[in-house]
Design a protein around this ligand. Structure first.
Ligand code: ATR
Length: 273
């Protein structure tokens, strides 16, 4: 069997082995997918060893996505822009290639699973870290009318605006601080890691209007802290990042195997775990 794995630290709670095993049995692809905990100080050795043992492809997760990006011999255009990689494989010439499927995963989840059109919409993105940088390219490619990046550290949001300005052809791309947010948006995406600490970005509930859709890139069994806040302030449609997690995996699976798995049954199955 061809061998794949996800590398992170910690890794024991990763859902990737389960997702890819479900994809494999659904599509009849013969592969094995494991989880590897790399030592904090030896990501490179872990990756090199994996491919030397004949491994075919890796997913990369916290805290190694930037290191994976640096390590690669070549990067896809979307990985280049994302500044981080979640997918590694060797191309036909044996070069270690880095891709980033997170942004595609988010857009697929919004558009295919939740039937939300992004074209012409006003989008608010909260956060300006690696997770947000990874999804901005694919979001802008959908041509929203406006995309506002709000962050605790405004300079980081401004840096992302400078970086992505060339890709915002039909979008008004702006940066601001949380306290400047006063108007409702069509879609709010939480890309801060605040909820990891059960924390909330301090924003006015005025960002939530009658038709506002709220998406937390975070995923947890219970309603996330951010989504609960949104529900408490009148939001009626809130989604967490489980669909994004499965969709980014599906995109990696497509890259490695050339086969598109069906994601809906996998999302449903994970939701019921
Ligand atoms: P990730 O890979 O998850 O994006 P990161 O690059 O460390 O991790 O970025 C974390 C993001 O969450 C940043 O936007 C951070 O804000 P700062 O840039 O100001 O640090 C944001 N964040 C983390 N904890 C937060 C909190 N308690 N309140 C608001 N924002 C928070």
């Amino acid at each position: 069997n061809d061998l794949y794995a996800v590398v992170g630290n910690p890794i024991s709670h990763s859902k990737s082995p389960r997702i890819h095993s479900l994809f494999a049995s659904q599509t009849g692809e013969k592969l094995e997918y494991t989880a590897i905990q790399a030592p904090e100080d030896d990501f490179v050795g872990t990756v090199t060893g994996f491919f030397q043992r004949g491994g075919q492809g890796l997913n990369v997760t916290v805290p190694f996505k930037e290191q994976a990006w640096k390590l690669a011999d070549r990067r896809t255009e979307r990985a280049e822009l994302a500044g981080a990689a979640n997918t590694l494989y060797q191309d036909s010439e044996g070069l270690l290639t880095a891709d980033n499927t997170d942004g595609k995963g988010l857009v697929m989840d919004l558009s295919e699973n939740h039937c939300i059109t992004l074209a012409g919409k006003r989008i608010l993105v909260l956060g300006a870290g690696g997770a947000v940088r990874g999804v901005l390219g694919p979001l802008l490619a959908e041509k929203p009318s406006a995309l506002v990046i709000a962050n605790r550290t405004v300079a980081k949001a401004e840096g992302l605006v400078t970086l992505f300005e060339p890709f915002a052809e039909q979008t008004l791309l702006e940066a601001c601080g949380f306290e400047e947010l006063k108007e409702p948006f069509d879609l709010i995406i939480n890309g801060t890691s605040a909820s990891l600490q059960g924390d909330l970005p301090p924003i006015s509930a005025n960002v939530i209007g009658a038709g506002t859709v709220v998406y937390d890139m975070m995923y947890s069994l219970q309603t996330t802290t951010f989504n609960q806040w949104a529900l408490d302030h009148g939001a009626t449609l809130v989604f967490d990042g489980l669909g994004m997690l499965v969709e980014q995996a599906a995109e990696s699976f497509r890259i490695w195997r050339g086969v598109s798995p069906e994601t809906r049954p996998v999302i449903d199955e994970l939701r019921n775990d």
